[in-house]
Design a protein around this ligand. Structure first.
Ligand code: FAD
Ligand code: NAD
Length: 405
């Protein structure tokens, strides 16, 4: 009898955890496992703010996929997914195609620009290793060029971050640590640097604990960030952005660096492939299958799971993507063993920690509020745990964060 083929798209948190769990759960005689990913490496999306600011080298953020998969059990295909043909159970890749019996879509998310003019062209994103490397180099280039010009262009030292969600705040934490180093390295007066964070909501980190939000805001203000709250980015132009409150006439902020960190949507492949989605995310069934498709699971940033307590979607996080990956592996193992009962997904929220640079953070862990060194230590524990879940102690030793203050 032909063995069923399980195809996993994306080697991020969700896809890679699904793969390593499946390679343990399933015998080589039971099914073929194929993992497809754009790159031959996995990157820690949750560390990209560090690579983007230049406080961590981008090679520290990534590791080879071959380090964590067993090549005797998993066939790794390095290629880019173009579209999924659900009727023919086939994935179209840039360099070929692959058929599946069971499909796991774990292609992550993309920046949500809400159709705001100029953002795609003129703003930087914190999305993957390449975008982080580009942003870091761009900032450094502005500092390096500043003193080269006879007529000083202060806009080179003006950086705007759009969105004060977790990504924006974590990036600002790293950036404010990096700026003094850049000033020293390129003989630039620290007081000339202008960092502005523009947030449309009435508060930084909307929905997070107000006491912890105050801690983050005062820490970042002390390090030179100016917050414009209740103010939205309306347009990006070369070298500037237009911002405004509500319907007020927008005004211009000049900046050679604009970082868009104002939210994510599901991978464009989802809508292109004809799945019914909200902002590119599919509201999955309790067993994490796409509605109407018994053999297609969707997890991570391209999936949407409702928090029944508040009747709103859970925010897309690595934490939820990894928990989904574990469940999907078990559910696929059940399906290929002809068990009809699949497990339902319940999110076990262990808390949230938001870093404010390498040595500071805020967080709520198991219901307890933390700030400063304790929170920062917890953040490293969380980061190391993700490595451990995918690659065990060996990966933690290679890539883990151990600096204690
Ligand atoms: P990802 O981990 O993004 O992986 C998607 C994979 O698919 C990638 O390997 C990508 O290369 C691949 N891929 C994409 N498109 C294609 C294609 N067409 N073909 C082939 N391969 C493709 N969450 C937390 O829980 N805790 C945190 O502390 C945290 N910090 C964050 C910090 C930052 C700066 C950012 C940006 C996000 C953070 N998040 C955090 C959110 C978290 O990173 C995401 O929710 C998580 O990465 C989603 O996992 P995923 O498996 O869906 O996708
Ligand atoms: P987000 O959606 O959480 O925050 C985006 C912010 O941008 C919001 O505060 C929103 O009000 C603001 N915004 C939207 N449009 C705007 C505009 N036009 N002008 C100005 N501000 C605007 O997005 P994110 O911070 O990128 O996070 C994405 C996901 O990743 C979330 O689920 C988040 O929880 C997760 N994440 C978690 C961590 C962590 O746990 N430490 C870190 C980073 C990201």
């Amino acid at each position: 009898m032909r063995k069923p083929k399980i195809v996993i798209l994306g080697a991020g948190y969700g896809g890679l955890l699904t793969t390593v769990r499946l390679q343990k759960l399933i015998g080589v005689n039971e099914a073929d496992i194929v993992l497809v990913n754009k790159n031959d490496y996995h990157y820690e999306t949750t560390w990209l703010h560090e690579a983007s600011a230049g406080t961590m080298h981008h090679d520290k953020v990534r590791y080879d996929i071959s380090n964590v998969i067993e090549r005797s059990k998993v066939d790794f295909v390095q290629d880019t997914v173009v579209e999924i043909n659900k009727d023919e159970k086939k994935v179209i890749l840039e360099k070929g195609e692959v058929n599946y019996d069971y499909l796991v879509i774990a292609l992550g998310g993309e920046p949500e620009t809400f159709g705001i003019k100029g953002l795609k062209e003129y703003a930087f994103g914190i999305t993957n290793v390449n975008s982080s490397r580009q942003l870091r180099e761009h900032i450094e280039y502005q500092f390096a060029t500043y003193n080269m010009e006879a007529e000083k262009n202060d806009n080179r030292l003006s950086i705007v971050v759009g969105g004060a969600g977790f990504t924006g705040i974590e990036f600002l934490g790293e950036l404010t640590n990096r700026i003094p180093e850049l000033c020293h390295e390129y003989d630039v007066d620290f007081h000339k640097v202008k960092i502005t964070c523009v947030e449309a909501a009435p508060t930084v980190l909307p929905g997070f604990d107000p006491e912890l939000v105050n801690y983050a805001v005062s820490t970042l203000e002390r390090k030179g960030v100016e917050f414009l709250i209740g103010t939205a980015i309306k347009e990006a132009t070369p070298g500037a952005i237009l911002v405004g409150k509500g319907d007020e006439e927008p005004y211009e902020i000049k900046a050679e660096t604009v970082v868009w960190a104002a939210g994510v949507r599901g991978n464009a492949i989802i809508e292109k492939s004809g799945f019914e989605a909200m902002r590119g995310r599919v509201k999955v069934n309790p067993d994490l299958r796409a509605p109407g498709f018994d053999n297609v699971f969707i997890i991570g940033d391209s999936s949407l799971v409702i928090n029944e307590e508040i009747n709103r979607p859970y925010p897309p996080t690595a934490q939820i993507a990894m928990q989904q990956g574990e469940l999907v592996a078990r559910n696929i193992a059940a399906l290929i063993r002809n068990k009809s009962e699949l497990e339902s997904f319940t999110f076990d929220n262990k808390g949230t920690v938001c870093s404010l640079g390498e040595d500071d953070a805020i967080g709520v862990v198991f219901g307890k509020k933390l700030t400063g060194a304790k929170a920062s230590f917890m953040k490293k524990v969380v980061d190391n745990r993700a490595l451990y879940m995918i690659g065990g102690a060996g990966l933690v030793m290679k890539k883990g964060k151990f600096k204690v203050f």
